[in-house]
Structure formats: structure tokens, C-alpha cells
Design a protein around this ligand. Sequence first.
Ligand code: MRU
Length: 348
Amino acid sequence: MNYPTISWTKGCVRIIDQTKLPHKLEYINCRHIQTLWDAIKRLSVRGAPALGVAASFGVLLGLKEFKGQDREAFDKHINKVCDYIATSRPTAVNLFNALRDMKQVLKDHLQASVAVLRELLEKKAFEIYELDRTTCRKMGKYGAALIKNGQTLMTVCNAGALATVDYGTALGVFYSAKESGKKFKVYACETRPLLQGARLTAWELLRAKIDVTLICDNMAATLMKQGKVDAIFAGADRIAANGDAANKIGTYSLAVLAKHHGIPFYIVAPFSTFDLNIPTGKQIPIEERDKSEVLGFGAFQAAPKGVKVYNPAFDVTDHQLIKGIVTEKGVITSPYTKNIQKTFQKGR
Ligand code: MRU
């Protein structure tokens, strides 16, 4: 896509301010870690793969704050920066995997000088950035093969260019299908409370000239019952070793509905979204966000002040409900524990 979501430009992390979309395409230049942390927290930059890239670029911001050549002090500083970025949002494991990879650079080069480490950390951050670009395109191709000409598809939240560097996971599948000449339609669920589907997915797909129809989340069941949905593609924020997949709240309900109506439900996610240290989805930390997000949107207040609110940002779809997980290594199917291990046993 021609609007890079995140880049490292002139010593700052340049991100699209996604809180302003679809009305304005504006950028924020994050020169300090605190600015980036705030941007992550309020979802100016969001989506699991983009958060991984943001975290690695955040470490580069941390480099700018360090003066001197003392290696011990440098390691302490970088570890502190990583630990701070890790407090921004808990669910997308890409963020933690990227920070782990950045920390690993220090461990792998114990004798290196501060000057050399600066270069190595920058190199690693750009590797993470580039990897996202290539893996999204690979996943797109594998996923597009699952789409038949004339089908109608459904998606939730935004797993597109805006959730990655520039292409997308679930929406990358649609982009790839379009590039290969397939004709299809997409229903985008609006995705309450923060409307990533309405604000971001609808914006992206319109720009890409993909036939998109916006629906409220609670319309999905009826559409499936009416036979209007052939397949569902969603992204993920963290996938456990058994294939249970956390994604935006509402994804699980779509998967249950899909099972009931005999519709294939696919997750599209790169290796950086897998957490093979946790056996099942039960161990995935689910972010809970501020009640104001449920009480209204922006200046609009929908509910009476004082009402109690519960606002989990993600849910977990059990692997039994997933027909396949589209990765950069191909489509993984059941039995997931065995096949995930087999697919990724050699790492990336
Ligand atoms: O809260 P968000 O907007 O960061 O949630 C994003 C999602 O749930 C996406 O579907 C997921 O990160 C996959 S993005 C390719």
C-alpha cells in the first residue's frame, strides 16, 4: 500500500495517527520513547505486527538517550527501555517477541563495544521491519489460494496495512486475491468499541478498490444464516502452542457462528504472533481498557454516567473452531500442536 503505517525517519518513529482515521491521514513523529508509548497505549499505532515493529524502533529511540561508552551501563539502559515498552499493551506477543530479539542482540555480542551494538540494534530493528513486509506478502499468497472466484468473505477489526508495516495479514489475503485477478466481496464488521472495522478496514478496502460492505457486529449471525458468507478471515494477537488464537473482542463469536453455519473460519498470522511458551489460550493475557471506550465514542456519550462497564479488548478463539492458520510457511491445519511445532521447528 502507498501509506506506510510505521517507519524510522530521521531519528524518529513516524506513524500514522490511526485515531484520526478515516477523516484525516495524519502522521506523528515520535522522538521520545514516552511519545511512542502513549501512541501505542491510545492505539495511534496498533495491530500486532505493527506493535512488534514499533517496539523495535522504540529501542532505537532509547539509543538516542544513552551517552557514553560504558557497556554495562548501556545494557542496563537498553533492558530498562525494553521493559518500559513492554508495559504499554499486554496481549500482542509480537511486541514482546520483538523486544526479546532486541535484547538477544546484547546477549549474542557480549564483547562488542557500545558503538558496534548501536549498529547491530539498528540492523535488528530493520530486520524486524523488513520481515513483516515479506511475511505479509507470503501469507497473502497462501491465503488467497483459499478464496474462490465470486465468494463473499467476512473480516473483523483491522488486520490490514494499518496493522502491519504496509500490507496486512487477513486483509493481505484479500489484496493478494485481488492482485491475482479474483473477484470477491467483503463484509467488514464495525468492531465495537473502537470501530477498527468501520474506521480502518472500510477505509483501507475502499482505497484498494475492494468491494466492501460495512455491518454492525450484531448483524454477522443473520448474514451467515442467509448464506451470504463463504469464509471468514481474521488476524491474531497471540497464538498459543495448541492453536488457540487471541484476537480483537468479537472474533470468538464469529468463529462460533461460523461453526454453527458450516463456514470456514481462518486466522492469518506470522510466526511472530505465535507464543509457543504457553500451551493454551487460557494463558494469554487479555488487555482490559478504559470504560470510556464502551460508554461512548469520542464526544458521543451513549450510556448513563455511573453504569458499570466491562471492556476486554480481546477474546480467544479455541483451535477447534479454526479451519486453518495461514502463516508465511503455509496453511497450518489440525492437529495444531503437532503441526505448529512441525512448521516452526526450525524457527523463522
Ligand atoms: O486493539 P487493536 O486494534 O490493536 O487490535 C488489533 C487486532 O485485534 C488485530 O486483528 C490483530 O492485531 C491482528 S493485526 C494483523
